[in-house]
Design a protein around this ligand. Structure first.
Ligand SMILES: Nc1ncnc2c1ncn2[C@@H]1O[C@H](COP(=O)(O)OP(=O)(O)OP(=O)(O)O)[C@@H](O)[C@H]1O
Length: 268
């Protein structure tokens, strides 16, 4: 099950190449090393989960891929070019949906489409409708944010992130604040959408089962400083059922590996 980083992605071209990335923060005159010499290649169309305890640098790494934060050492390439800043080809979806409360669902997705000035207004409206249908919210396009459940808000956020057609979708614990039933439904949806679109997805989580349900590979990270400790291939067929015994078997192996890391006991 365990595989070196280079093996599983060698057949496909690399979409994202993280090369020797280190990052330090200096809060209140302390020095925190968030990432230490992290290297990882993510293949085109691959679904990679970054898994690890709080503080191991998952979000920092995602922000660096997004171009929101710069590494202090090393570099990240997207399609062979150094990432200089955020761009519409790499969009982030966060734990909190960050929707605009004064807009309805349709308006929020249309806002995301401002990143596509190449499209006409008519095309943007068609695409916004298409993505709201894709996430199962066609009937709620005129619902305002306060009328939507937590799961529906995350669906709108997903439609908003997908509609501009990014090459890479970066997801930072997008389902962590949702109840288990809503999450299970979203696991089905995100797998269906990924299988249809074959976007490259980098997904941050501290939930082992979630990572096994979604990832082609799971990148296990350890804190202080943030490093990659192991990479697991998950060759289970899709769509995967988070409650299946096969998935539970993988989860328990990975959870055991986590127990060997600092704070490993804190994992679900
Ligand atoms: N802007 C910042 N200023 C100071 N320290 C930071 C900043 N961002 C992150 N850190 C520190 O860097 C380390 C890695 O943080 P990061 O948020 O990337 O970890 P994480 O694995 O995503 O954690 P969590 O699962 O809790 O979100 C932590 O020690 C954190 O306190």
């Amino acid at each position: 099950m365990e595989a070196p980083a280079t093996l599983s992605s060698e057949a496909r071209p690399a979409k994202i190449e993280i090369e020797g990335v280190s990052k330090w923060f200096t809060p209140k005159r302390n020095i925190v090393q968030a990432l230490d010499n992290v290297s990882l290649s993510v293949a085109d169309g691959e679904f990679v989960c970054l898994l690890g305890p709080s503080g191991c640098g998952k979000s920092t790494l995602l922000d660096i891929i997004a171009g929101l934060t710069k590494p202090d050492q090393g570099r990240v390439l997207a399609d062979g070019k150094a990432i200089e800043g955020p761009g519409r080809e790499r969009l982030v979806m966060f734990q909190e949906s960050a929707l605009f409360p004064w807009l309805d669902a349709f308006g929020n997705v249309m806002f995301g489409l401002k990143l596509r000035p190449d499209l006409t207004g008519k095309e943007r409206r068609r695409i916004a409708n298409e993505y709201l249908e894709l996430v199962g919210l066609g009937k709620f396009k005129h619902a305002h944010v306060h009328e939507l459940s937590g799961g529906m808000k995350q669906r709108v956020a997903l439609a908003r992130a997908l509609a501009p057609d990014p090459h890479v979708l970066l997801m930072d614990e997008p389902f962590a604040a949702l109840d288990a039933m809503t999450r299970d439904q979203l696991y089905d949806d995100i797998q269906r959408i990924w299988m249809e679109s074959r976007k490259t997805i980098v997904f941050v989580t501290h939930n082992v089962r979630e990572a096994v349900c979604l990832g082609d590979r799971i990148v296990l990270m350890t804190p202080s400083p943030g490093r990659i400790s192991q990479i697991f291939d998950i060759p289970l067929p899709r769509p995967r059922d988070i409650n299946s015994p096969e998935l539970a078997a993988y989860s328990s192996k990975i959870a055991a590996a986590l127990k060997g890391t600092a704070n490993g006991a804190a994992f679900e």
